[in-house]
Design a binder for this molecule. Structure first.
Ligand code: COA
Length: 197
């Protein structure tokens, strides 16, 4: 069994994330490891079960916007000795699934530019033209992932069809023929969405 398979996802109190945050992200800077908004976030980690003492090996914190449509993840860190073994990918996947489950439409982060490829490989894209910026001497790039892909594809696909129908002579008949399946599909999708959330 791989290390990532053995690791269990756990929900944490924010103070439990501090030692790993400081050690991996901000050595010697406990002031930068803590966030004033920590009490408002949800905090996740990966724990490696052991006979003597379970070990927390990766942490991440998620902060939802007031309307719940967006969420930012911050302070993502895997213990240096465990990096590159699939733990971060497992934790990232967990927060993506959790965000989808809660109806979040956009998941984003200010990524350290040095880690941008890690996020890109896992489906995130740079925003604002890939502009980078500095925070506490470290270069960052804003990245995002849109989670309601189904709705976007639905609107995109049908918008294209309707536009084509309207630009042709038998426009009204075609629109009527298209309108019925559009309504049906929308109805089915909204029922499915209610069932999911
Ligand atoms: C980014 C991070 C959380 C990923 O966690 P992880 O457990 O190493 O993730 P995984 O093992 O699933 O994936 C490792 C990937 O990151 C890359 N990577 C980046 N830094 C690495 C490092 N120091 N050691 C090993 N792999 C590293 C690997 O190339 C690998 O890429 P690939 O699978 O796409 O080829 C972790 O590397 C880390 O804590 N880095 C230092 C702190 C940091 O920069 N955090 C992110 C702030 S935005």
């Amino acid at each position: 069994m791989s290390l990532a398979d053995r690791a269990e996802v756990v929900e944490l109190h924010f103070e439990e994330t501090y030692p790993l945050r400081e050690r991996v992200l901000w050595p010697g800077r406990p002031d930068l490891a803590a966030l004033s908004c920590d009490a408002q976030g949800k905090h996740f980690g990966l724990r490696l079960p052991s006979e003597t003492r379970d070990e927390l090996v990766s942490v991440v914190s998620v902060f939802a916007s007031d309307d719940g449509r967006e969420a930012q993840f911050r302070k993502f860190a895997t213990a240096s000795e465990y990096q590159g073994q699939g733990l971060g990918s497992k934790l990232l996947l967990h927060i993506i699934e959790e965000a989808k489950h809660r109806g979040v439409q956009r998941l984003w982060c200010d990524a350290r530019t040095a880690q941008a490829h890690f996020y890109e490989k896992r489906g995130m894209r740079a925003v604002e033209g890939g502009a980078t910026f500095l925070k506490s001497g470290v270069e960052y790039i804003r990245m995002e992932m849109l989670l309601c892909v189904g709705t976007a594809l639905f609107l995109d696909g049908w918008a294209g069809l309707i536009f084509r129908a309207m630009s042709e002579p038998q426009c009204s008949v075609q629109c009527l023929v298209l309108f019925i399946p559009v309504c049906l599909q929308y109805h089915i999708m909204s029922q499915a969405a209610y069932a999911y959330y």
